[in-house]
Write a protein that binds this ligand. Structure first.
Ligand code: HAM
Length: 441
């Protein structure tokens, strides 16, 4: 049997109904805060992520699904194209399935010249993402991100607005067990000196650090701070943090973000270990974490990225946003015991007696659907008893019976399934039937 590839999940109807609800709540909170939806393609040129997410990140180094058109592979296999030509082409025009939502939105922001409109530009998205990670609970190879991005404001109130939307969305769904952690990871003014300090510190510890950390000392020393290896953590207990080495501007920005969060009554913890796994961040970095999630404890991560638009060859434009893992959010909802309101019960089921009445059933069904009812009929030539049993199983609120006798008399019977009460209506009176079904509830 062909199964789905590892780390990929189907969303069966019950889950899809819950996802639709959660998506609608997200769309509504975005709408209320002035964020407009953007949709970008599933894949982009690989170089967008190399430049946007960063060459030193795990995402770019290990986790991207890069796509090669089969014609290129065939040409390589048949020798019509040399390996050198093949790889040159991939470097120039290779595609990658999006591993995250921000870089494609930045690309679209630049390409459509949205920076020329009055600012800020506030965008939201709901998008599948792809990362070739080791799959486990809460970590998948295809997952969905809810994200928001604000462009054009360097004010700390924008950081606070973005964080508040994430906080209000999660708590508004009824989840209580989560924590907001915030940090500042500096800017191009203060980060280089701090990185030097950090490198010197880490060089002295290199024999006590894992291979990955050693690899990062030179390229991205701040990432050593969130290494999950216990031995590394034991050996860096006195590591210097960016938070204690901020320039005045970053210090004042961070202080304002905290003041705004306080005035919005949003609880947070300052955690100098929040460094994020993507290269584009500056100043504010934050994560929403929860014990409900086990090892993959971060449901949402984000921060400010004032240099990213320029890195992707757009005009210098500040930005701030977040990305939230929807599958992790669903795990949290489940673990919190939050009941998601999913009403997929049929308003009515049309039960038929005899194949001759089917044209009347299908005709009435269509009129009722056009009139706004959620209804269905039998398509399996079941007995009347079996049809009632089925209607009961799917929770139909009413059952309309149409038999040969009824058709002859031009009437139908509506049974209210919760009270057992029956009412008769003229088969041609679709409006009356719809009203009766509605008033039965
Ligand atoms: P990220 O921290 O890489 O940030 O991902 C954001 C969220 O996506 C994570 O907190 C997690 O919930 C979810 N996620 C990531 N990888 C997986 C996975 N393999 N399986 C399931 N869920 C996953 C970003 O992607 C940034 N673009 C966020 C951002 C937007 N920063 C500024 N704007």
């Amino acid at each position: 049997m062909i199964q789905s590839p590892k780390g990929l999940n189907d969303s069966l109807p019950q889950m899809s109904a819950k996802l639709v609800y959660v998506e609608s709540v997200f769309r509504e909170i975005c709408r209320k805060s002035g964020f407009k939806e953007i949709r970008t393609p599933l894949f982009e040129y690989t170089k967008l992520f190399q430049r946007g997410v960063g060459e030193s990140t795990d995402i770019v180094n290990k986790e991207m699904f890069s796509v090669v058109p089969s014609v290129d592979l065939r040409e390589l296999r048949t020798g019509a194209k040399t390996q050198e030509d093949f790889f040159k082409r991939i470097d120039r025009e290779g595609y990658t399935l999006k591993p995250e939502g921000t870089a494609p939105v930045v690309r679209a922001f630049i390409e459509a010249k949205l920076y020329a409109d009055s600012q800020p530009t506030k965008l939201y998205y709901i998008t599948p993402c792809f990362r070739h990670e080791r799959h486990q609970a809460g970590r998948y190879r295809q997952f969905t991100q809810f994200g928001i991005e604000t462009f054009g404001s360097k004010e700390p109130s924008s950081d606070a607005e973005v964080i508040a939307l994430g906080y209000d969305f999660i708590s508004g769904l009824g989840i209580k067990d989560f924590i907001l952690k915030i940090n500042s990871i500096g800017c191009p003014n203060c980060k280089p000196a701090y990185n030097e300090k950090l490198k010197n510190y880490l060089m002295n510890k290199s024999s006590q650090l894992c291979a990955t950390c050693n690899d990062r000392i030179d390229k991205n020393p701040m990432r050593v701070i969130d290494c999950k290896t216990p031995k590394c953590q034991e050996n860096i207990t006195d590591i210097p943090f960016m938070l204690d080495n901020l320039c005045d501007e970053c210090e004042s920005h961070f202080s304002s973000v905290k003041t705004y969060l306080d005035s919005m009554e949003i609880p947070y913890i300052v955690d100098p270990k929040i460094v994020r796994g993507l290269d584009y961040y500056s100043k504010t970095a934050f994560e929403f974490v929860s014990d409900l999630l086990g090892a993959q404890s971060t449901v949402c991560g984000g921060g400010r990225y004032d240099g990213l638009v320029e890195d992707v060859e757009g005009p210098s434009t500040p930005g701030v946003g977040f990305g939230m893992g929807v599958e992790r959010l669903m795990i949290m909802l489940e673990a919190s015991g939050v009941e998601i309101p999913v009403d997929d019960r049929l308003d009515c089921f049309i039960a038929s007696l005899g194949s001759q009445v089917q044209p009347h059933c299908i005709g009435l069904l269509t009129k009722l659907r056009r009139g706004g009812l959620n209804c269905d009929m039998d398509h399996l030539s079941r007995s009347l008893k079996a049809q009632f049993k089925y209607a009961d199983k799917v929770g139909a609120k009413n059952v309309i019976t149409i038999g040969e006798d009824e058709v002859e008399k031009g009437i139908i019977k509506i049974k209210n399934m919760s009270t057992g009460e029956q009412t008769e209506y003229s088969l041609s009176d679709a409006a009356g039937i719809i009203n009766q079904v509605r008033s039965n509830g």
